[in-house]
Design a protein around this ligand. Structure first.
Ligand SMILES: [Zn+2]
Length: 322
């Protein structure tokens, strides 16, 4: 009897090891998910991308949130929706795709977190290797009150939580909005992000960016820049000074998710664009994503339900709907 235990343990260890390696490649995840590093996004060469070239479009998504439909029991519906989104990506061939947070429903300490992350990696690995995929952290990715540990866990799987990158003359800034929503667990991260942001805005202005675009999970506000605090916006205490800073730097637009519906507002000439979910909707807008066309003098954007996405994007004739 005694001699069987080590064999049983060996068998268990080897079974578990092969199970893990079937779900996630050994070592660090796919290099695609480690592009956000050193506070930039490595697929885009700044030297080359700082100059305006020609109009382009990108796709903005949010809230894939694997596990939300079933309360973390499974993720069949999210897998189906993401695979359809990936088909659209590979057919339309945007300059890049950005997913604005709540990549999974489980938070890092949850027992289902690892398998949801692995499925996200698997599904988005099907995006054509030439199309960069930018991931942004949401409250489910780093927790409602993020800590240094939860952020570190996110970074292992998806890279930096805040960073900037240039694409064709446009400066794109990604923020960790969960520390703006609730900085109590990681005040030092918010302070560092704030110093870094000011520097990025100054540099973008000095380099005469055609546009400055920002991306984060939480909307700064849904409809009115001074609307009261609620679950889906950033508290006025931090929203008001941040808006002043963004207006001062002439930021063109802030893109967000988190609301699982579309919403829209302006703060001066800056647009606050909240995009519905790839995953489970919480309102009348269907699962889908936004297509954003960038021209030298402005941007156009429109939300598309997964069933209504056009076959092709014509840059010259794209509409001005939002
Ligand atoms: Zn969220």
């Amino acid at each position: 009897m005694q001699s069987k235990f080590p064999i049983l343990i060996l068998w268990l260890v080897s079974s578990l090891t092969s199970l893990c390696s079937a779900q996630e490649p050994a070592g660090v995840p796919n290099a695609r998910f480690q592009q956000a590093a050193d506070r930039t996004f490595k697929a885009f060469d700044r030297q080359h991308e700082q100059t305006w070239q020609r109009p382009f479009f990108f796709m903005q998504m949010a809230d894939t949130q694997y596990g939300f439909f079933s309360g973390n029991k499974g993720f069949d519906q999210e897998v189906d929706l993401v695979r359809r989104a990936v088909e659209h990506i590979n057919r339309l061939r945007p300059r890049f795709v950005i997913v604005c947070g709540d990549l999974t429903n489980a938070t890092p300490e949850h027992p289902r977190y690892r398998e949801q992350v692995a499925q996200y990696h698997r599904d988005f690995s099907e995006v054509d290797a030439e199309i960069p995929l930018v991931c942004v952290c949401g409250n489910h990715d780093v927790g409602n009150r993020p800590t240094a540990e939860s952020i570190a866990r996110y970074k292992e799987n998806f890279g930096d939580d805040y960073f900037s990158f240039w694409v064709g003359g446009v400066c794109n800034i990604v923020l960790n909005s969960s520390v703006l929503k609730d900085p109590e667990g990681a005040p030092e991260v918010l302070a560092a992000q704030q110093t870094w942001l000011q520097q990025q805005l100054q540099e973008a202005n000095a380099a005469e960016a055609k546009h400055i675009l920002m991306f984060q999970h939480h909307p700064l506000f849904l409809a009115e820049e001074d609307e009261p605090d609620q679950y889906f916006n950033i508290p006025l205490q931090r929203r008001t000074p941040l808006l002043a800073q963004l207006k001062q730097a002439d930021v063109r637009a802030v893109f967000a998710g988190h609301y699982h519906r579309n919403a829209y507002g302006t703060a001066g000439s800056m647009e606050m664009i909240t995009t519905g979910p790839v995953g489970r909707p919480l309102g009348k807008d269907p699962s889908g994503f936004r297509i954003v066309t960038v021209h030298e003098t402005g941007i156009e954007h429109r939300y598309w339900g997964m069933d209504d996405v056009p076959e092709k994007i014509e840059l010259e004739t794209s509409g001005n709907a939002r």
